[in-house]
Design a protein around this ligand. Sequence first.
Ligand code: SAH
Length: 357
Amino acid sequence: MSVNLLGLDAGALAGFFATLGEKPFRSRQTLRWVHQLGIGEFDGMTDLAKSLREKLAASATVEAPRIVADTTAPDGTRKWLLDVGSSAIETVFIPEAGRGTLCVSSQAGCTLDCRFCSTGKQGFNRNLTAAEIVGQLWVARRELGANRADRIVSNVVMMGMGEPLLNYENVVPALRLMLDDNAYGLSRRRVTVSTAGIVPMIDRLREDCPVALAVSLHAPTDRLRDELMPINRKYPLRDLMAACNRYLERAPRDSITFEYVMLDGVNDRPADARALLALIGEVSCKVNLIPFNPFPNSGFRRSPPDRIRRFAAHLQAAGVIATTRKTRGDNIEAACGQLAGKVDDRTRRSLRIARVA
Ligand code: SAH
C-alpha cells in the first residue's frame, strides 16, 4: 500500500525516508516541494535523483481531498466542499484586510451535539486523517493561487466541522506541518485550536504543540452549559478554567480566547455578563462574542444587536477585551456553526450522547 506523504510531519517523513534507505535531508526537500510549492507529482521534484523519484512513485502518493463544490459569497468568503470518501467536509477561507484566515475541519461530523450547532445535528462519521486535515490548507492555497495579499492564508483556525481535541493523533501532525518552516511556516500564534473543552487533551496540547487556544464557552454557569453543551457534564467549568490556566503557564504572554455565542434570551442578559466576568476573572483572556448563526429547526434566535453591544460593553467596563465576530459568509452557509457538509452518520444519536455524558 502506498503512503500519503501529505499527512507526514517532519519526523514521520524522515522515518519514511529511512525505510527507503535515504538520508534525512531528503525529507526536508520533499516537505518543501509538497507544502511550500504545492507539487503533488514526484516527477516535478527536480532536485531529487531520478532513482529516488521512481522509488517514491512506487511507494507513495501526495493525495488531497477532491473538491466537490466551490462557492464564493458576496463578501469574498469562499467555501469548499471536499470529498473524503464516506462523507464531505467543509473548509472556509475568510479574506480580511492584510490577512486571510482558513477555517479547517477536523472530523466528518461531530460527536458533541452542542444544541446550537448544525454540524452536531448531522451526526458523526469519522476522524479525518492528518493528510485530510493539512490537505485542506494544501487545496486552499492551490485554489487561491496566492501572490495577491488578500489571498494568502496567513492564519489557520481549527474551527470547522468537528472537535479537534477528540482527533488528537491526527490533528497534532497537521499542526506541526502548519508550523514547520519547511512546510507552511506559520507562527504558533497564527494557528488556533478551538475546543469545546476536552480538559485532558488541553493539557496534552500544551506539552506537544502549544498553539493559540480558543475555548467555546457559551455559558457562564454549569447549569446552562450542561444544557447547551453536553460535554460540560464530563468536564465542568471549574476543571475547564483550571486547564486554561495550566495552558497559559507554558506561554505566559499569551491569552485564551473564549468564544461565546449570543443566543436571544438564553445567555445574553446582564446577569449572564456578570456571571461570565466572575468565571473568567482568574484567566488571562479575550472574549469573542459570536452572533448566533441560524439554521433550520435550531430552536434558537440571534440576540438583537443592541443586546450584544450592551453585553460587550459590560465586559469592557470590567477591563476585559471583548470583540464581536463579524458574521461572514452566512449567505453561503459558511458561517460559524453552519458547516454541515454531507455526513454519513455512523453513530446512533443515543450512542453519541452516551459517549459524551
Ligand atoms: N468543536 C470545536 C471547534 C468548532 S469551532 C469547538 O467547539 O470549539 C466552531 C465555533 O462556532 C465554536 O465556538 C462553536 O461553538 C461556534 N458555533 C457553533 N454553532 C454556532 C452557531 N449556530 N452560530 C454561531 N456560532 C456557532
